[in-house]
Design a protein around this ligand. Sequence first.
Ligand code: GCO
Ligand code: MN
Ligand code: MN
Length: 387
Amino acid sequence: MAYEPRPEHKFSFGLWTVGNVGRDPFGEPVRPALSPVELVHLLAEVGAWGVNFHDNDLVPIDATPVERDRIVREFQKALDDTGLVVPMATTNLFSDPAFRDGAFTSNDPEVRAYALQKTMRAIDLGVELGARVYVFWGGREGVETDAAKDPVEALKRYRECLNFLCEYVLDQGYDLKFALEAKPNEPRGDIYLATTGHMLAFIETLDHPEMVGVNPEVAHEHMAGLNFMHGVAQAWDAGKLFHIDLNDQNFSRYDQDFRFGSHNIKQAFWLVQFLEEVGYDGPRHFDAHAYRTSDHEDVKAFARGCMRTYLILAEKAARFREDREIQELLAEIRGEEGAMAPYLGSYTRERAQALKAHPFDRAALGRRGKPYEALDQLVVELLLGVR
Ligand code: GCO
Ligand code: MN
Ligand code: MN
């Protein structure tokens, strides 16, 4: 059937997404909490492929080892019964009051050590359930006042912790990659490493950059007023697109976590077009939640909607590729190198000499227009369903 999710689409949801109870800074929960096992069954019912979790989405922070093992057994049974997989896991380093000043960047060395311990245990849990990607979202790694922390010192602490954890993974022989997720603010006033671009630069300063990539999220880059697809493209180009968090978000608003494609259809299209075109084959994770007005039935509509919109946009991307008028315009726009071929490409001394001597007609260059209005209108009409 058209737009039906299938395992090869690798659509995943976190337990915290469909399990979101609708608490916000102003209001109490509006939906009864479902257990992890119930959530696995809900995700199977809507056709998802994978389920992700923070350690404490699955195992309460104060569970005994015996309770932990029972919970893991029950969860594993739900996975076996439904065929769902766990592609990614992560640590909750933000809810507990202990992390009020951050985890890896906390000013308190005991908190930093506890954060490392908690993460090692959470990595063990994730790997036990099959995770191959481990996400780091440092929601509390930041400040409200720069009087509190030296940002260079904070980065040193962050780096030291990630280096420690990379070594831990290697030492255990785990087949696990790290994916760092940037966010500019919320819950902290300012979070360090605010965008995917910051993360990409930081990764190169780690001891094992080959183990570490990024997990860009639509909403986070939109909160920063950025073009999300461009950040994703840069991560892809660097070989660092290990995971992706899909959702939606109005610019310059609070962290909205809307259903994928519910707000900026055009940006969602370019993103899907990019992912499909380059052949991204990692998980497509929807890190979003249903409106606070939703009941559990509507939560299912939310989850189905995320996947369906992705598939509709993927079909639009295929049409974009096959649309003769669009492709002719693109061919016209992307001129052949032609007479410029001798001058472009990698540097040679001869090429540089020849190029320096070439007479350019600058005024003529400035008179050449580009039919981008025509092209964009074709894309808009494609998206609006009249092409
Ligand atoms: C947020 C983040 C989180 C992370 C999650 C996994 O804005 O709260 O997007 O949902 O993605 O903690 O690391
Ligand atoms: Mn988010
Ligand atoms: Mn996220």
